[in-house]
Structure formats: C-alpha cells, structure tokens
Design a protein around this ligand. Structure first.
Ligand SMILES: Nc1nc2c(ncn2[C@@H]2O[C@H](COP(=O)(O)OP(=O)(O)OP(=O)(O)O)[C@@H](O)[C@H]2O)c(=O)[nH]1
Ligand SMILES: [Mg+2]
Length: 400
C-alpha cells in the first residue's frame, strides 16, 4: 500500500513528507520546488500489544517506543498540480503518474489562503482553500475521463457485441490507475447508468469516474499551515465539507523531528508535547523557536497533526489493521526467540491464509491451520483477522 501526498504547488507537501519520513527534500516558498517525486518511509503509530500480554518485545520489522508500535509505510511526495494539469499544463503527467500507483491520497492544503491556485504567494487569507479541494478533484476526474474516453465508442460496441460485462471494460481501461473490476462494479451500481456502454454520455462517464475516484483513490485533507492567521476559520469550512480533514502544522513537526534527531529534545511523532534533553545546549533562538511551537501549535491543536494524518490515511481511509504473527504461540516468538518481532499492516477483511501468503508464498500454500496466541484456540485458514491479533500459522512443513 502506498499513499501519495498531493496538491497544488507551495502548500507544504514536501514539508509534510519530510516531517513524516525525515527524508531531506527541497522546500521553498515558490511553486514547483519539487519536480521529481520523492519516495520515503513513514510510520503509522499504534498501541503495541506487548504491555497487555505482559511481555517485553524485540521488534524487528517495526519499532516499539514506550508501548507505541511504529510500523513502516510507503509515502510519496509529488510535484504540485495546477489547473489544466490533465492536459499537460505545469508538470502535468509527472504528478499523475504517481497518483496512478497510490492507494490513497493525502491532499495538503494551504489553509491560510496565502497561495493562489498556481501556488504563487498572495496576500494571506485572500485565496479560498475550498477552491483547492474542488480543483484537485476536477483535475483527477478530467484525467480519468480522458483515459476512459479514448476509443471508447469502438470498445463499447465491441464489448456489447461480445456480451461483455461493462464493469470489465471499465476496469480494463483504467487498470493502469489501479482500478479493479469490483470497484468498477460498485461505481456502476452507484451511478446507475445502465448496461449499454455505447449509450453513455460524457456526463455519465464523468459521474462514473467521480464515483470510481472516491472508491479507488480515497482522499484525506490535511489542513496545513494551521499556525498562520485565517487558518482557523478556513479549517471550519473545510470540516463542513464532510470530507475527512486533519489540521496540521508540518513546519512544526519538521522542526521537532530535526531537533529530536540532533538529540536536543525528546519527542515522538504524534506526541502532545516534548521535553528538552538534559544534555542539550540550546541557543536562545532554538529555545524560543521550540517555545513558539509549544504555544502556537501543540497547546492549540494538541499535536502537529502529521502523525494523525498518516494514521488516518492507513487506518481510516484504507481501513488497515495491525496483526502480530509469531511462530511460537506460547512464547510469542519467532524462530530466533524474539518476542513479537513483527507487526503487519493488512487490510481489514484479510484472512489468515492470505496473511500467511504475504509472509511467504510457501507458508500460505502449506498452511494447515492457525493458533490464536491469546487463548491458544485453533483458527481456520478462512479466519478474518482482527486488529491486535497475535497469531501463529501451523504449516505442513512444520509437521513433517
Ligand atoms: N507557516 C507555515 N509554513 C509552512 C508549513 N508547511 C510548509 N510551509 C512553507 O510553505 C512553503 C512551501 O513548502 P513546500 O514543502 O516546499 O511546498 P510544496 O507543496 O512541496 O511545494 P511544491 O514542491 O512547489 O509543489 C515553504 O516556505 C514552507 O516552509 C506550515 O505548516 N506552516
Ligand atoms: Mg514540494
């Protein structure tokens, strides 16, 4: 699963990305600072199961800090998108190429309204961030409809003659965007445009892609630059849209993460406060900067919002859960004796057998049954995993 950070230029996408991944990238107050996408690893934060199970863990694929598991996820920072990008304006397709591969989108918005639709700095509060939401959705829809429309009439007629399912041709046409047949089916049902694709109008196709976009590329709004004037009011208006929206100050998170890296403060992403490291020699400027972050961001918003946004993207938008596979259900260890080494992020609805195959194709193929490490009960291979499950898989190979 991969999440793309998207939006018009100059809203703080790279600042958000860098704060979430600690990858050093170019950040500047002008449009098109980012030209090529940046890939990085961020972490979702979830309560670890080890305290509840009364054990000390040895995390391998993830980190456990003070009872919080940080599980790696893929994040991509994209180039800014300007109106008309679907026709190639600005950096056009470079942005869209990354959207193709993304399972969900984090739309970073300049909530203070201090950048216009092209990302140029303007008087604070003079641009309406709600326009940004409309524009980005429109760009994505136009881009999708353009792909769908190519040779549509010919394809639709041919499919009708062959008696093919309309959902099949829609998903085949848009497969490059990661759109699957079941999603096309659901979207077709939602818009109710009938079984005859050759009779669909351009408006029908637009309604269809809009529905498909929401299913295949769910979007989270990150109301960034919350430290600036006008943001508070605009945030309320963004929340009124009913879209999932997280207020954030990416700049503050980036400063806190960098100060942590230098050993100046103790802070973990998502924390509500930080402490100054006892050994740190802070300059008066550094002290003031940190105090400003505490007063204007943490004390007002609770957190910087960056970790909250990453968590929301994976846990809410993509509906993922955390599962802990172990080899020995008694000792909760892997074959090296390490306790609760791995935390897997899987979509809700994943079966035990599917997870076994994710760990290793052979383990999936040879799986006999599973064991719930909490109550030692047997689990069928069709068992639907639950958040916080600790499970082991018994395979034919182990039995030999
Ligand atoms: N006040 C404030 N400024 C921010 C915040 N986040 C980013 N910025 C500033 O916004 C400007 C643009 O930041 P970038 O991260 O380069 O924005 P971008 O969206 O990646 O821009 P492009 O790559 O050009 O599309 C920089 O001057 C950042 O310092 C924030 O939370 N608050
Ligand atoms: Mg950028």
């Amino acid at each position: 699963m991969q999440v793309g950070v998207v939006g018009k230029p100059n809203t703080g996408k790279s600042t958000f990305f860098s704060a979430a991944t600690l990858v050093q990238v170019a950040i500047a107050n002008y449009p098109f600072t980012t030209i090529k996408p940046n890939h990085g690893i961020s972490y979702v934060r979830s309560k670890c199961v080890h305290p509840g199970l009364g054990v000390t863990d040895n995390p391998k694929n993830s980190k456990c800090i003070d009872g919080e598991r940080f599980i790696p996820v893929d994040l991509v920072d994209t180039a800014g998108l300007v109106p008309g990008a679907w026709e190639g304006r600005g950096l056009g397709n470079r942005f869209l190429d990354e959207v193709r591969k993304a399972d969900a989108l984090i739309h970073v918005i300049d909530t203070s309204g201090s950048t216009d639709l092209d990302g140029k700095p303007v008087k604070m509060g003079s641009h309406d961030p709600l326009e940004d939401v409309k524009f980005l959705e429109h760009e994505l829809d136009m881009w999708m409809v353009q792909i769908l429309q190519k040779e549509w009439d010919k394809l639709a007629k041919k499919a009708e003659m062959a008696g093919e399912d309309p959902a099949k041709i829609v998903s085949e046409k848009l497969s490059g965007l990661g759109i699957r047949e079941f999603q096309a089916e659901a979207a077709l049902k939602q818009v109710g445009i009938g079984e005859k694709p050759s009779a669909w109008s351009k408006e029908d196709l637009l309604r269809l892609v809009e529905s498909l976009r929401k299913l295949a590329k769910p979007m989270l709004l990150v109301a960034n630059k919350m430290d600036l004037p006008y943001s508070e009011d605009n945030l309320k208006r963004l929340l009124d849209t009913g879209m999932p929206t997280i207020p954030a100050c990416s700049e503050a998170e980036l400063a806190l993460r960098r100060a942590t890296e230098k050993g100046l403060i103790n802070y973990h992403p998502g924390d509500r406060d930080f402490t100054i490291s006892s050994k740190a020699q802070l300059s008066p400027e550094q002290k003031t900067a940190l105090e400003i972050i505490r007063e204007r961001v943490l004390n007002v918003q609770g957190t910087t919002g960056v970790q909250n946004a990453i968590n929301s993207a994976f846990f809410k938008l993509l509906d993922m859960i955390v599962v802990y596979p172990v080899e020995d259900p008694e000792r909760l260890t892997n074959h090296d004796g390490e306790v609760l080494p791995d935390a897997y992020l899987v979509p809700r609805g994943t079966t035990l057998k599917q997870m076994a195959s994710m760990i290793h194709t052979e383990l999936g193929a040879q799986m006999l049954y599973g064991v719930n490490a909490r109550d030692k009960m047997r689990l069928a291979d069709t068992y639907l995993l639950k958040d916080g499950d600790v499970v082991s898989i018994v395979s034919a190979a182990q039995r030999k």
